[in-house]
Design a binder for this molecule. Structure first.
Ligand SMILES: NC(=O)c1ccc[n+]([C@@H]2O[C@H](COP(=O)([O-])OP(=O)(O)OC[C@H]3O[C@@H](n4cnc5c(N)ncnc54)[C@H](O)[C@@H]3O)[C@@H](O)[C@H]2O)c1
Length: 426
């Protein structure tokens, strides 16, 4: 960083970003942010860094950059901290993740090495295929939540922060639906005190974050803050929350293609989606419970776009299947295939095949960055509760009052654009 930029940055208030899970996505985000600060890499894929404001001049140079129009926190002013259940600092974790080339890690090794994870809250009932090496101990789940709050307070003091955001990027937890313990804040807090088995580690972090006044983002498919108890806490503290499950590759394309077929009034009888991935996320998904969280999240997207009730003749017989396989040779380079069976004029059948060769975390990192910066901005504007304008970024968007989520990418982009214009006036 040049001297004048360093001085300006020192004078501005920083944003603390606290992340449970220092794995592939997080280390890829960190390395990219540090490299961008040094002018060594471009933040490609990030709307907050490269996007322009909607409106009459949208897409043209006259339209201001979103980051300027909304006065978003600059990359220089982010301070990161993380929890994990293995003690590797971010440089070693990035090497193990195998996403980035050695020269890209070497260029920011010092910055990465400075981020050592705090011991995490862990419960093997929620994530089975991982061997924890350093975790918190507590008599009750409330004790664990108190320890997370102490971590947040210590981080806040150490870095002189007044604003912080939490983003979950830990492993996918086993599928659970909300139970009685999630129905209200009182029930939830009493569940924490008596170790209710239905409260997951990600919910302990989320509870601690919200209680300490941090907006919360969930990058994974499991429940976390998408329940009445934590919605109540977010409302009490006037905090924005959003989730679930970063919409990166296959689902991103699915939610762009399905509206195109629907808007041309073409029928769809089948959509078969197949994935292979070999990273640790894939290994965790070998467990039936975690796999179910991911499959449900991927499966939910078509129903609201290709609506069988509204258009039974076109979508009533739609057979949507999603398969995910752990295949170690691929590492983080995921491959997916989609076989779409659709039909047109006089019911003649046709097929569409899509083969994606992706880098999972390279697609997820800019989404995580955008969500962090937009959540902080929403908080500054006084927006609270589920931020459905951020559904653009999620496979399974949270909605205010648990309403039906919008999955159509273009409708999601319209919601986002309207919110950006709204935020620019705040
Ligand atoms: N990679 C992507 O493109 C992508 C896309 C959408 C969603 N996601 C979701 O994001 C999450 C992270 O993905 P990833 O590829 O970085 O996974 P990863 O396995 O590389 O990293 C997860 C990290 O979380 C840690 N962890 C597990 N439980 C923890 C706990 N209770 N507390 C603290 N740390 C804990 C693990 O030790 C690991 O370091 C997953 O749920 C994944 O499904 C990823």
């Amino acid at each position: 960083m040049r001297e004048d930029a360093k001085r300006r940055s020192a004078e501005r208030e920083k944003l603390g970003v606290l992340i449970p899970g220092l794995g592939s996505v997080t280390t890829t985000l960190l390395a990219g942010v540090f490299a961008a600060r040094k002018g060594l890499a471009r933040p490609v894929g990030s709307l907050t860094q490269l996007g322009r404001m909607p409106g009459p001049a949208a897409g043209r140079r006259q339209s201001p950059l979103i980051k300027d129009a909304l006065d978003l926190v600059p990359l220089d002013d982010l301070v990161f901290g993380a929890w994990d259940i293995v003690p590797d600092a971010a440089d070693a974790a990035a090497e193990k993740a195998g996403v980035l080339r050695p020269e890209h890690i070497a260029a920011v090794r010092e910055e990465l090495a400075a981020i050592a994870p705090i011991p995490g809250v862990f419960d093997p009932k929620f994530v089975r295929n991982l061997e924890p090496r350093r975790i918190k101990k507590g008599r009750t789940k409330m004790d664990l939540a108190d320890q997370v709050k102490e971590d947040i307070a210590a981080f806040r003091t150490r870095h002189h922060l007044s604003r912080l955001v939490m983003c979950w990027a830990g492993s996918t937890e086993a599928h659970r639906t909300a139970g009685r313990v999630h129905a209200g804040l009182k029930a939830f807090e009493s569940g924490l005190k008596r170790n209710d088995p239905r409260i997951s580690p990600s919910q302990i972090y989320a509870y601690a974050a919200l209680d300490m006044g941090l907006p919360h983002i969930n990058g994974s498919p499991h429940l976390t803050a998408d329940c009445a108890a934590l919605a109540e806490l977010a409302a009490e503290r006037n905090l924005p929350v959003c989730g679930k499950d970063f919409k990166t590759g296959q689902t991103l394309l699915k939610t762009a293609l399905a509206p195109a077929l629907r808007d041309r009034r073409l029928g769809v009888s089948g959509w078969f989606s197949m994935n292979i991935l070999g990273n640790r996320d894939g290994e965790v998904l070998r467990d039936r419970g975690s796999l179910r969280s991911k499959e449900e999240s991927k499966l939910g997207v078509l129903g609201s776009i290709l609506d069988a009730e509204e258009d039974p003749g076109l979508y009533g017989g739609l057979d949507h299947q999603v398969k995910i396989h752990y295949y170690p040779p691929r590492g983080d380079d995921k491959e997916s295939w989609d076989a779409v069976d659709f039909f047109g004029w006089m019911d003649y059948p046709m097929q569409l095949k899509i083969n994606l060769l992706l880098r999972d975390s390279i697609l997820a990192a800019p989404i995580m960055l955008d969500l962090i910066l937009f959540s902080e901005r929403a908080h500054r504007a006084g927006w609270s509760g589920s931020q459905d304008w951020l559904s653009f970024y999620f496979k399974c968007p949270m909605t205010p009052n648990g309403g039906r989520p919008e999955n159509d990418l273009f409708a999601q982009k319209a919601l986002l654009d309207a919110a950006l214009l709204g935020l620019s006036k705040k």
